[in-house]
Design a binder for this molecule. Structure first.
Ligand code: PRX
Length: 658
């Protein structure tokens, strides 16, 4: 769907859902939150932070914005993030509360209380320190969705080190570039994890990423690889470097004092795709990040920690898994489900079985998942008892009104509030969302900035577009969980997010948006060369450079074309080398190139379609006009071609694609 079609379509949407009086009466968040934040924004955040977190040394200063865009929040305070997520709940008498209701894909399960998780994290923190991991060191985590993944992140945080979690679906090459960029000292991985009914190996990718690097002139920073046994698959072993988790952690002492660290101590790096080929290491720090993760998790999901069973389906390899599987829920003392596998295994109803089995009350997932459930049909969820659900959340991409309504009707029994949450890896936590119990919701709109968050929609010149108009989404004031930079590249941080609206001092999010006549926000997708496939961010440039690295490819252009299920899909246009064509011909190449991208980046980046073409549409200055390629990929009439160097080229490409 083109942007214009999308807007027309969205403007037709007039359905509204007010919160029920019963829900509103019992809700955590009320309208006064907006008033308080409005009256004194910084004071509001300071109060939230004091209420939600335990500070070992209380802060006296809230925000230091004296050197923009480098913010410091609560800078003279000290805290331990893991203590906030674990020990303090045990000390408050909630040690027997279940923290994790873990379900493995083959059907095995574990219930882990706050006391048990605290114990595990203390042991692991001792192991990390024995391995020489301490404040400021980087630890790469490449694990399936198992309790040890949560424990690893918290143990790294506990000793003041910095984790870099790498999604298990990324390839050895991607793993290597992330390990090198961060200079990781330790890698925590597993032999393998369960996915789609079989063990998907992980350690071999780590071995491959770390193999033969002296020859490449790379200074090896990794000293050890700590391996969790999960898949029971056979793995190679380097006796000098590799250590079994089960040999060390259960034997380690369960006494470990959580040292307090300054609020701006780096907590994690998380790599995400940008507009260039090189992924950016987004850096988050401790006090501000945890404040906003806890605040949003509590208010947006209306969390009642004593009674709710919460489930966020995101993998810990993404920001949603960081903020809404690990830090937000655990800081708030929530009981949550952690599920290892895919939604379809052993059959399409697996997620609904999990909800029924554990009595999930709050459910947070992505539109792409909802759309694939719609395709499978409502009889599958309707065969399960989903009556425990009372709040539903959506994240990762715009949710179309049809999917929103289906989600509410079929999953939420026509009564649950839906919160459509807009945010990014860079924002660290939710920025725009309805508050259940307060907001009258509109299907398809993310609606309003949260109390304490300042957002606007502006034109290219930075002036507000006002209601009933479209433009670019900006964040106009610093927020506690904002990224503190790009690892090792402060210039790129300024350029990417702050240069565009330098005069106004706005953060540029990279998203197009529209304000409706009530001032509610409708997100319209990325305005840069970033694609959103199944809620995962991919860079056109990164996939193009992977395609060009193949011996057959002379040139490549990649676009995100709209796709019914995945939101967008990767479509590549490739020009082959004459010399290669003469020798091999084009047969089978599309599949080979697809596999090549999969190995280089990961299966999520594999192009849906690859078109072998003779030329690419370029402007006179040589810039590829991806807009026109998107028209072709989406089967539309090709738009304005007057700025092309050769205006005939599009009809040639269209003919070749057909
Ligand atoms: O384009 C927006 C889209 O996802 C981008 C951020 O991707 P990532 O950093 O991977 O984080 C995803 C999870 C927070 C945004 O720039 N996006 C995210 N949530 C929404 C959304 N687009 C529309 N509506 C949303 N609720």
């Amino acid at each position: 769907m083109s942007a214009e079609n999308t807007i027309d379509h969205l403007l037709d949407e007039t359905r509204r859902f007010a919160p029920s009086p019963e829900f509103a009466a019992a809700a955590i968040a009320g309208p006064e939150l907006y008033e308080k934040a409005q009256a004194d924004r910084e004071g509001f955040w300071a109060a939230q932070s004091r209420e939600l977190l335990h500070w070992s040394t209380p802060f006296t200063q809230t925000l230091d914005w004296s050197n923009p865009p480098f913010a410091k929040w609560f800078a003279d305070g000290e805290l331990n993030v893991a203590y906030n997520c674990l020990d303090r709940h045990v000390e408050a008498g909630n040690g027997d509360r279940v923290a994790l209701l873990w379900e493995g894909e083959p059907g095995d399960a574990r219930r882990i209380t706050y006391a048990e998780l605290t114990d595990e994290v203390k042991r692991l923190a001792n192991v990390l320190e024995d391995l020489g991991v301490g404040e400021g060191d980087r630890v790469a985590i490449y694990l399936p969705m198992i309790p040890e993944a949560v424990a690893s992140m918290l143990a790294v945080a506990r000793v003041g080190a910095i984790h870099s979690v790498i999604f298990g679906g990324f390839s050895a090459d991607s793993l290597r570039s992330r390990i090198d960029d961060a200079g990781a000292k330790l890698v925590i991985t597993a032999d393998g994890g369960w996915r789609k009914g079989k063990v998907s190996p992980l350690k071999p990718a780590v071995d491959q990423a770390l193999a033969d690097r002296n020859g490449q002139g790379v200074q090896e920073t990794v000293e050890h690889v700590l391996v969790v046994k999960r898949g029971d698959n056979e793995v190679d072993w380097d006796a000098e470097r590799d250590l079994w988790y089960h040999d060390l952690v259960p034997q380690a002492s369960n006494e470990h004092e959580a040292r307090a660290f300054a609020a701006e101590t780096p907590l994690f790096i998380l790599y995400t795709s940008g507009t260039t080929g090189k992924p950016k290491g987004i850096l988050h720090t401790s006090g501000g990040y945890l404040t906003q993760a806890a605040y949003t998790h509590r208010n947006v999901f209306d969390l009642h920690p004593e009674t709710d069973v919460y489930w966020c389906t995101a993998d810990i390899g993404w920001i949603t898994g960081h903020s809404y599987v690990v830090y937000g829920p655990l800081a708030n003392g929530a009981t949550q489900v952690l599920y290892e596998g895919t939604p379809e295994h052993p059959e399409p109803g697996r997620w609904w079985d999990v909800i029924e089995k554990y009595g999930v009350t709050i459910f947070y997932t992505a539109p792409t998942a909802i759309r694939s459930f719609m395709k499978q049909g409502r009889q599958i969820p309707q065969a399960r008892d989903l009556s425990s659900l009372r709040v539903l959340g959506s994240v990762g991409e715009p949710i179309n009104p049809e999917a929103w309504i289906w989600y509410r009707e079929v999953i939420g029994a026509g009564t649950t509030p839906i919160v459509d949450t807009w945010w990014q890896t860079e924002t660290g936590a939710i920025m725009v969302s309805a508050l259940p119990g307060v907001t009258e919701t509109k299907p398809g709109s993310a609606q309003v900035p949260l109390p304490g968050i300042s957002i606007d929609v502006v034109g290219e010149d930075g002036s507000p577009v006002g209601n009933d108009a479209g433009g670019l989404l900006v964040i106009t004031e610093p927020w506690p969980s904002m990224l503190r930079g790009i690892w090792g590249d402060p210039e790129r941080y300024k350029e990417t997010y702050w240069d565009k609206f330098q005069d106004q001092g706005y953060y540029f999010a990279g998203d197009g948006a529209r304000l409706d006549e009530d001032g509610d926000i409708w997100l319209l997708g990325r305005v840069d060369d970033v694609m959103n496939v199944s809620g995962h961010r991919l860079s056109t440039a990164e996939i193009e450079s992977s395609l060009v690295a193949h011996e057959a490819t002379a040139e490549a252009a990649v676009v995100g074309a709209s796709d019914e299920t995945t939101g967008q899909a990767v479509v590549a246009f490739v020009i082959l080398k004459e010399s290669y064509l003469k020798e091999h011909g084009p047969e089978g190449l599309a599949n080979e190139l697809r596999a090549h991208v999969s190995t280089q980046i990961g299966a999520i980046a594999r192009p849906r379609d690859i078109y072998i073409v003779g030329e690419l549409p370029k402007t006179r200055s040589g810039k590829i006009m991806r807009r026109l390629l998107r028209d072709v990929a989406e089967g539309r009439e090709v738009g304005d071609t007057t700025t092309l160097a050769d205006t005939a080229v599009m009809s040639v490409i269209s003919a070749q694609v057909r």
